[in-house]
Design a protein around this ligand. Structure first.
Ligand code: NAD
Length: 289
């Protein structure tokens, strides 16, 4: 299949390479020349203009930084340039409102389109083990699934347009809350004289169990192996968690959803990132206790 790929950064570079490995003809574009060169080395055909990359494409995949850029790339370089009838897949993490608006615009112009944000980081992108949460019509999902299967281990149809972004930000909002809750409980147990490893052994099989405690334990040398054991390097950067929390807060406002605990978590991550911790794994927030 001829697939255009726009946005060949940390995530997109590995994803485009996996489409090549699966036998697709990948026509790639990024504003950054170094990113284009890497894609070229991985077997993509690269272009210096995005509208050339999408010409004759049966599918267009985008992996871009934010909603504003996604909107401008689709309006400026995809709509009217990719053949009508092509399936469009935006895998970026963006705000729900923009995702819905761009998909409505695409459908009005004769394209099938899905929002398909991912769970999993750079290693999962290059290893082809991402999870895709997909929003869009049944028809668009069925076509998108064939493309996404080559880049991930799971492709889940979340619902109508925007449902993929909704699933992603609600999941990460919950993750922020249980990471902070886990950090507070572990540090308080320690202050009260309980060995944190004992707390882990007890709580990880009791009603306090959760992914942050059981699988991603934020304290070095305690519980599961995690970025905490590597000075909070690697893993899921605080800056990316903060990006998702800002999108979640925006969506909560728009929906009129009450999120008192999550908004406190978002404020704590704002402070933590603002203190120069944006590049550290998000579990490092425990070091502020
Ligand atoms: P990145 O900054 O490494 O890559 C983005 C790429 O888009 C860059 O190469 C940039 O040059 C390119 N770009 C920007 N504007 C462009 C334009 N107008 N036309 C063409 N290319 C353009 O970011 P990333 O880490 O690859 O993340 C991409 C998306 O994936 C983001 O929405 C992010 O939130 C999401 N995401 C990232 C991770 C992660 O661990 N990095 C995990 C899950 C989701």
């Amino acid at each position: 299949m001829k697939i255009a790929f726009i946005g060949l950064g940390n995530m997109g570079g590995g994803m485009a390479a996996n489409l090549v490995k699966a036998g697709h003809n990948v026509c790639a574009f990024d504003l950054n020349e170094e990113a284009r060169q890497k894609a070229d080395d991985a077997g993509c055909t690269t272009f210096s203009e995005p509208d050339w990359a999408v010409e004759d494409a049966e599918a267009v995949v985008t992996m871009l930084p934010n909603g504003e850029i996604v909107k401008s790339v689709y309006e400026g370089s995809v709509f009217g340039h990719a053949p009508a009838g092509a399936v469009l897949l935006d895998c970026s993490t963006i705000d729900v409102a923009t995702a819905k608006a761009v998909i409505a615009d695409a459908e009005a112009k004769g394209y099938a389109m899905v929002d398909a944000p991912v769970s999993g980081g750079i290693a999962a992108a290059s290893g082809g083990t991402l999870t895709f949460m997909v929003g869009g019509s049944d028809e668009a999902f069925a076509r998108a699934e064939q493309v996404l299967g080559a880049m991930g281990k799971a492709v889940i149809h979340a619902g109508a347009a925007g449902a993929g972004q909704t699933a992603k930000i609600c999941n990460n909002m919950l993750l922020a809350v249980h990471m902070i809750g886990t950090a507070e409980a572990m540090k308080m147990a320690e202050k009260l004289g309980l060995d944190p490893q004992k707390f882990y052994e007890i709580s990880s099989v009791s009603s306090g169990q959760n992914w942050s405690l059981n699988t991603y334990t934020p304290m070095p040398g305690v519980g599961a192996a995690s970025p905490a054991d590597n000075d909070y390097q690697g893993g899921f950067a605080t800056a990316l968690m903060l990006k998702d929390l800002r999108l979640a807060m925006e969506a909560a406002d728009e929906a009129g959803a009450a999120v008192p605990l999550s908004s406190r978590a978002a404020a704590l991550y704002e402070d933590f990132a603002g203190a120069g911790n944006g590049g550290r794994d998000f579990s490092a927030i425990i070091t502020t206790y």
